[in-house]
Every structure is written in C-alpha cells, then in structure tokens.
Design a protein around this ligand. Structure first.
Ligand SMILES: NC(=O)c1ccc[n+]([C@@H]2O[C@H](COP(=O)([O-])OP(=O)(O)OC[C@H]3O[C@@H](n4cnc5c(N)ncnc54)[C@H](OP(=O)(O)O)[C@@H]3O)[C@@H](O)[C@H]2O)c1
Length: 273
C-alpha cells in the first residue's frame, strides 16, 4: 500500500541557524530564491543589489525574511539587511563585507555570488561591442573575483565556511552568440576550482552551481518567443528551469551535509547540456 505524501511545511528549519550568508544579486531572480531558501534554513541574510531601482525589491525581500519565525526572534538584530554595492567595484565589495560584519557582529559564514549580466543582443563575437564585452567581464568575472577574494580572507575558519559561485551551463555548452558571457563564466569556474585548493586547511568549501535556462528577467531579456520555445524544446524535461530548481542545490552545498562536495561545478539544468 502506498504511504501518504509528506505534508508540505512552510516553517523554517535550523540547519543554518546563526550563520550569516551574503547573496550578491539577490534583489530578484535566482539570487532572491537562494536568499529565501537559506533564510528558510535559519541563516541570516545580506541581500545585495546594485541599481537604485532595485532598492524597493531588496527591501521587500528583507521584510519577508524578517517576518519569518526564528528561534532567536527575541534578538534586536534583524534576520536580513539589504546592502547596495556594485560588485565590480572593489571599495563597494569591501564595504559590503564591512557592513555585514558590523550588523551581525561576526564574520560571514557563507557567500553566494549570484550577481551577473548577459549580453541581451545575443551578438556573435565578431559583432559584439568591446564595451559590452568589458561590461560582462566587469560584473561576471571581475565582480566574482572581488567577492570571492574578500570572502576567502573573511569567511569563518574551522568548518561550515562556504563559497558558492553561480556560473552557467553555457560554460560547458559553447553556444554561438553567447561568446563573452560563456567566457566570463568559464573564468568563474576556473577561479572556483583553484580557490577550493588554495583554501586548503581553512574548512571552507568552494563550488560553482551552473544553471541551464531559468525563467527570470535575465533569461527573457531580448529573446523572441521562438528563442524561448527552442530552449524548452531542447530540454529533456520539456520546460524552462525555475528559480526553485536551483536554490535547494545551493542550500545543500552550504549545509554541513555538503562539506564533502568541494571544488566542483554542479550543472543544474534538467539535462539541457
Ligand atoms: N536565468 C538564467 O537562465 C541563468 C542561467 C544560467 C546562469 N545564470 C546566472 O545566474 C545568476 C542570476 O541570474 P538571474 O537570471 O537571476 O538574473 P536577474 O534576474 O537579471 O538578476 C540579476 C541580479 O544581479 C544583480 N546585479 C547585476 N549587476 C550587479 C552588480 N554589478 N552588482 C551587484 N548586483 C548586480 C541585479 O540587481 P541590480 O539590477 O540592482 O543590479 C539582480 O539582483 C547570474 O550570475 C546569471 O549569469 C542565469
């Protein structure tokens, strides 16, 4: 006889209780879902975004997280804060970490680098403006470098320290018209694997999560209906990914149970690439 399905629960758990997580690019999309998921596991969250127009989205997310129940709800420190910082600017990245430490009175335990940009004109390499190439590398590659460099110096030693970069399955797919974006994420994957080795002895793990097409603003930007349909048709599961397909994978990597996964690129794409 089949057993009854497990009840769906919306209460928070304590797997990441009292751990502080910085999620870059968390005002929307994949970063937002990751932040919410880590909060549901008990973490305290720093919600990063860069443009002034994202401030209200980031603050809404902060309110949502601060309204979650918590076993330490008597504390006057909030569960989440929003911090504006352009991750391609070294001074702003340092300030992001300073604000985190000052607010929560501890070094961060977890960094997830979800902030990223895409060339939504989908140009070939020979048509791509150099300025667009520079913008993509500035945020995706330099920005990730600045964040993981700071995290490597500041994340708590001695177990439970986690760095997760967000790459893209395109870094293994070599699709035309994604030249700069793919190269920018391939560099992220290389730095991820190398940093995992450089942090030997620190107890900090470093992994990349590389999603396939996920239904977010970034995915839809500049795409025709035909391009969207092609992504669905090419998927073995016949659908686009959802942000909720990605967040639990990050949740596993940053939890204690994920410790033995280190220096890896985890492709989360439904079999797309
Ligand atoms: N969606 C997909 O199909 C897909 C697939 C594979 C990989 N990815 C990767 O997943 C990550 C998230 O993508 P998404 O689809 O969630 O994108 P999204 O919806 O466009 O969200 C991007 C986030 O990054 C922030 N951001 C952009 N530039 C920033 C900067 N310089 N400093 C700080 N924050 C910045 C944005 O905030 P502001 O607007 O305020 O700057 C926003 O919060 C990216 O790294 C992307 O490359 C996405």
């Amino acid at each position: 006889m089949e057993s009854a399905p497990a009840p769906i629960t919306t209460t928070t758990t304590t797997a990441l209780q009292d751990r502080v997580a910085i999620v870059t690019g968390a005002s929307r999309g994949i970063g937002k879902a990751i932040a919410l998921h880590l909060a549901s596991l008990g973490a305290k969250l720093v919600i990063n975004y860069s443009s002034p127009s994202s401030q209200s989205l980031a603050e809404q997310l902060v309110s949502q997280i601060n309204s979650l129940s918590s076993s330490s709800s008597s504390s006057t420190t909030p569960r989440a804060i929003a911090v504006q910082a352009d991750i391609s600017d070294e001074t702003q990245v340092i300030s992001l970490f300073n604000t985190t430490e000052q607010t929560f009175n501890t070094s961060p335990h977890i960094l997830v680098t979800s902030a990223g940009v895409l060339d939504s004109s989908y140009s070939t390499i020979f048509d791509l403006d150099v300025s667009e190439f520079d913008r993509i590398f500035s945020v995706n590659t330099r920005g990730t470098f600045l964040c993981i460099k700071e995290a490597a110096k500041r994340i708590k030693r001695g177990g439970g320290g986690r760095i997760v970069t967000i790459s893209s399955s395109l870094a293994a797919g070599f699709r035309e018209k994604f030249g700069a974006y793919t190269a920018s994420k391939a560099a992220v994957e290389a730095m991820t694997k190398i940093l995992a080795k450089e942090l030997k002895g620190s107890g900090i793990t470093v992994n990349a999560v590389a999603p396939g097409p996920i239904a977010t603003e970034m995915f839809y930007a500049g795409k025709t209906e035909e391009m969207v349909q092609r992504a669905i048709d090419e998927s073995p599961l016949k659908r686009l990914g959802k942000v909720e397909d990605v967040a639990p994978v990050v949740g596993f990597l940053v939890s204690d149970g994920g410790e033995w996964v280190n220096g890896q690129i985890i492709r989360v794409n439904g079999g797309y690439i």
